[in-house]
Design a protein around this ligand. Structure first.
Ligand code: DAH
Length: 348
């Protein structure tokens, strides 16, 4: 039948021409040349009218096959053109692993920066970083730090206790069965003395919790950095030297310190350390209390398995938020936790 080679030729030509189609306009023109009102396939279909009754079903089948091939060709071309359009819109070369333009890089939180700065100062003096759990036993948080059961620090008003359901019934020591959210990082002193052999110097940064009413200078959730140096013959001169170095590193060479007698159950003698610096804005040249410190109480050494006749130590604990507020002139502790980008971006 004469129709068959003609149709095969038509499809072959279309496939050949399709190779040159790269844009939507070329696709539309190509489509018109084949299946448009004056298209090549359309012309063949029109020719059906001149065929005899017998020829029609046979030729009709051939035409349908050719039509199907052409439709598949057009569908494939459309996909190719769309891909080209997307690639053009995205620009080439296109790397699918690139970060999107709407994902700007973040920066470290001011408390993280302050913590890293503080730790870096102490590393220069040979201190290493130690850590302990935020959920602590009452024994590690209080008893081992010579803080008796009737001490106000253990009061429900200050300390967040975990419900009885979370407590261990077969705790090895009295006090181990009760769990609290640690009220200070001093518990890491205890864990370090129990697990390491002196001499050592550690700083322990971490989150602490107290049932405080929130205001500009108080938060129920805050951070401390604890320090502990245990060796033979550690003295108050060492304490002063360490703290003076830290303060000058953090606040500049003109910063001075003052140790004011105080009381903590776990140090003897105990001090509040005050800081005075000429470059603290409206807080310049005034004594500001920034940490507690002292020589480790012999009773604490004993409770933590160290011989107080052989070893002595110094300890200190500071509030991270307080330091960050002084360094950056921040007037409200709540800024640290609100995740307000207008505040956070100032430290980027
Ligand atoms: N743990 C004390 C507090 O949270 C701070 C402190 C005072 C830590 C004296 C010490 C220290 O290591 O020697 O208020």
């Amino acid at each position: 039948m004469a129709m068959q080679p003609q149709l095969a030729q038509l499809v072959a030509t279309a496939q050949q021409e399709a190779l040159a189609v790269t844009s939507r306009a070329e696709l539309e023109a190509f489509k018109a040349r084949v299946v448009g009102p004056n298209g090549s396939l359309t012309a063949v279909m029109k020719g059906m009218a001149t065929l005899s009754k017998e020829e029609r079903p046979v030729v009709g089948k051939l035409i349908n096959e050719a039509k199907k091939s052409v439709e598949e060709l057009l569908a494939a071309l459309l996909l190719k053109v769309e891909d080209a359009e997307i690639a053009a819109a995205l620009g080439t070369p296109w790397d699918a692993t690139l970060t999107g333009p709407d994902a700007p890089a973040g920066s470290l939180h001011p408390l993280t920066r302050t913590r890293e700065r503080i730790l870096a100062s102490f590393r220069k003096l040979g201190f290493t970083v130690a850590e302990g759990p935020e959920i602590e036993t009452e024994w590690h948080c209080f008893d081992a730090l010579n803080t008796p059961a009737d001490h106000p620090a253990r009061d429900m008003q200050d300390t967040l206790y975990l419900p009885k359901a979370f407590r261990s019934a077969d705790a090895p020591r009295k006090g181990d069965e009760a769990l609290v959210l640690r009220t200070h990082t001093s518990s890491v002193q205890v864990r370090t003395m129990l697990s390491r052999k002196p001499p050592f110097r550690i700083v322990a940064p971490g989150r602490c919790f107290r049932r405080d009413a929130v205001d500009a200078t108080h938060s129920a959730n805050f951070h401390q950095v604890e320090g502990l140096w245990i060796d033979r013959n550690v003295t108050l001169a060492d304490l002063r030297g360490v703290l003076d170095f830290f303060v000058k590193e953090t606040f500049g060479p003109d910063a001075e310190i003052r140790l004011r007698p105080s009381f903590f159950p776990f140090t003897e003698p105990s001090f509040e350390m005050d800081l005075r610096s000429p470059n603290l804005g409206r807080l310049s040249n005034r004594w500001l209390e920034i940490m507690g410190c002292g020589l480790v109480d012999p009773k604490v050494l004993e409770l933590c398995g160290l011989d107080p006749n052989e070893f002595s130590g110094l300890a200190f604990g500071l509030g991270l938020e307080r330091i960050a507020m002084l360094v950056h002139g921040i007037d409200d502790i709540r800024h640290f936790y609100n995740n307000d980008l207008r505040f956070l971006r100032q430290f980027a």
